[in-house]
Each structure stands twice: as C-alpha cells, then as structure tokens.
Ligand binder design. Structure first.
Ligand code: F6P
Length: 329
C-alpha cells in the first residue's frame, strides 16, 4: 500500500467496451481529484492511448455536462499491444514520464487483467471501476451500464412484443453479455419471456419444444424467448432454425439487438453508482489501496483486490430463474 502523501497526480482512462455511466464515473474521478488538490490527467483510447502518450490535463470544467451522456468522452479501445510486455513497458514509461503516480481504469475483466499486470510487473498503483454492460465481475453486485442496458433491452422487447402479439409470432431475441447471462436473465424476467437461454444453465432444444407445446395446448398465441449471446445452443439464429424444424404452430422470427444495448443516457441507478464509485476510487488510492477495484455490494462501496474481481463473476440469481418459470406459463 502506498502512503497518501505519495500521490500527487492521477490518470483516468476507459477501456474495453463502452458502457453507459462511464462518463459519470470520469466526472466523479476528475472532480474528486480536484477537490483533494490532486492533478488529474485523462488518457484517450484506453491502453492504446497510454502506449502512444495520448493524454490531456483535466480540470473540474473538463467534465461539465457529461453526467447524462452515454459512451465515453475519453474514448476506448481493446489494445493488442498492451497484451505484450513491450507494450506495457511503453505504457509504464509514459506514466513515469508524465509524473503520474496512479492509474484509474474504468472497464471490465480484460482491462483489469491489464491493470494488474502494471502492478505486478512495475509495482505501479492501479484502481479499477467496474464498467461493462455484462455485469460479469466478482466483488460487485452491479457493474456500470448493466442497469441502463437492461432498460434498453426491455424497451426494445416491449416493442417487438407488439408485433409478436399482432401476428401470432414466436420471437427469439439475442442479447449481449459475452459469456455471462445476467442481461438475458433480468430482461427475460422483466419482459415475460417463455424461456431464457443462458450460458450458466442448460436449456436444450427439446426443453424448449416441450414448453412451446404446453403453451400451444393452452392457446398461447405469441411468445418471446430471450437468448444470451453466450448460450451453448449457438445464438438466436441457430436456436430458431432448430425450433422451426419441429414447431410450426407459430411463425418464427429472430432479432439480434446488438450494440443498441451499449448506448444511451445512463439510468439514475448507473449515474448514482458511477458517482459513488468515482469518489471512492480516488479516495481509495489516497488511502493506499493500490491493486484494487471499487465494488458495490448491498448498496455499499468496498475495495476488493483486482485479482479477486477478475477471478470469476458473482453467481446468477437462481431465484430469478425460478420465478420466471412460474410466471411464464
Ligand atoms: O463486453 C461488452 C460487450 O458488449 C459484450 O456484451 C459483447 O460480447 C462485446 O462487448 C462486443 O464487443 P465489440 O463491441 O468489440 O464487438
């Protein structure tokens, strides 16, 4: 752990996929640094910008009017060069050259794996703020952007349901989440899906056909199935194709929601969590936490070792799955 007095200048970056709430977190980091009279630098395009020394000095006014904006004003990237030792060495040299004492990374597990390498290889202080719509990190109940993304998904599915109802159709809707099913589970429950296909549990095509036949018997005339992109059945198009071969009572359609899920103005929940995390990230560095992430558990912010945060995810909520099965008959 570093001593408080050692930190005079902090840098902040966003890395990996953008997510709503990243700007609110940047704003909180910048303003908290100014509040504690710490110099603050913004690094453009994540680790790529760090390697290329693409940075800007920031002040309280640099982050005006961004709390409500999606995306990230600092831009973001997935850097292949940072995965090499040479890339990380260049990045570290630039931090030292610019007299930056600690780095705050807003991103997901890949970004934190990189941050931890900076700590391990150069003993460089790092702090993570979980920013990804996937919600797939340990040590935190929620990641920034997950709440907004799920609201975007349910708005879209509600609209699709109008067509499903009007035409008596069966829709397979694919949502993001990489290897995790958090977005699918929450949105499937919230939109009344008849089935939710997640990477974390097996729903076979046979199971799905059984559900559809039961629904046919009770004259259900439209249906929504939410498919997580990481589901083992191979995505919504594959599932729809296999189902279509065996079930023709309803016309089948597929929608892949894609990057619409990552955009838009952050929800109240994400803005508040981003603000809290941003403040605590700076305060944590000043207190000496130097290889940690701020996590949000039971409405409280805590510090968790980055190695633990990237070691897996919190488990999916089985109770949500149970409830959704009861309510979708
Ligand atoms: O990690 C966020 C995420 O949106 C995932 O849900 C998705 O699998 C991936 O990023 C898509 O990445 P890209 O925008 O690089 O295609």
């Amino acid at each position: 752990m570093n001593k408080k007095s050692q930190i005079k200048k902090i840098a902040v970056m966003t890395s990996g996929g953008d997510s709503p709430g990243m700007n609110a977190a940047i704003r909180a980091v910048v303003r908290t640094s100014v509040y504690y009279e710490i110099e603050i630098t913004g690094i453009y395009r994540g680790y790529s910008g760090l390697i290329e020394n693409d940075m800007i000095e920031m002040n309280a006014r640099s982050v005006s009017k961004i709390i409500n904006q999606g995306g990230t004003i600092l831009k973001t990237s997935r850097s292949a060069e940072f995965m090499t030792y040479e890339g990380r060495k260049k990045a570290h040299d630039n931090l030292v050259k610019n007299k930056i004492d600690a780095l705050i990374v807003i991103g997901g597990d890949g970004s934190f794996t990189g941050a931890l390498k900076l700590y391990d290889e150069f003993n460089y202080p790092v702090m993570g703020i979980p920013g990804t719509i996937d919600n797939d990190l340990a040590c935190t109940d929620y990641t920034l952007g997950y709440d907004t993304a799920t609201n975007t998904v349910i708005e879209s599915i509600d609209k699709i349901r109008d067509t499903a109802n009007s035409h008596n159709r069966l829709f397979f809707i694919e949502v993001m989440g990489r290897d995790a099913g958090f977005i699918a589970l929450r949105t499937g429950l919230a939109t009344g899906a008849i089935s939710i296909l997640l990477p974390e549990q097996d729903v076979s095509i046979d199971d799905l056909i059984e559900i559809l036949n039961k629904n046919k018997a009770t004259r259900k005339t439209s249906s929504i199935v939410v498919v997580a992109e990481g589901d083992a059945n191979g995505g919504a198009y594959n599932v729809a194709k296999k189902v279509k071969e065996r079930f023709s009572y309803l016309e089948t359609k597929v929608t892949v929601l894609g990057h619409v899920q990552r955009g838009g103005s952050p929800s109240a929940f994400d803005r508040v969590m981003a603000s809290r995390m941003g403040v605590k990230a700076v305060e944590g560095l000043l207190e000496g936490y130097d290889k940690h992430m701020v996590g949000f558990i039971k409405d409280d912010i805590h510090y968790c070792e980055l190695s633990k945060a990237i070691s897996g995810t919190h488990p999916i909520n089985e109770e949500l799955l149970r409830i959704s099965k009861i309510l979708s008959i």
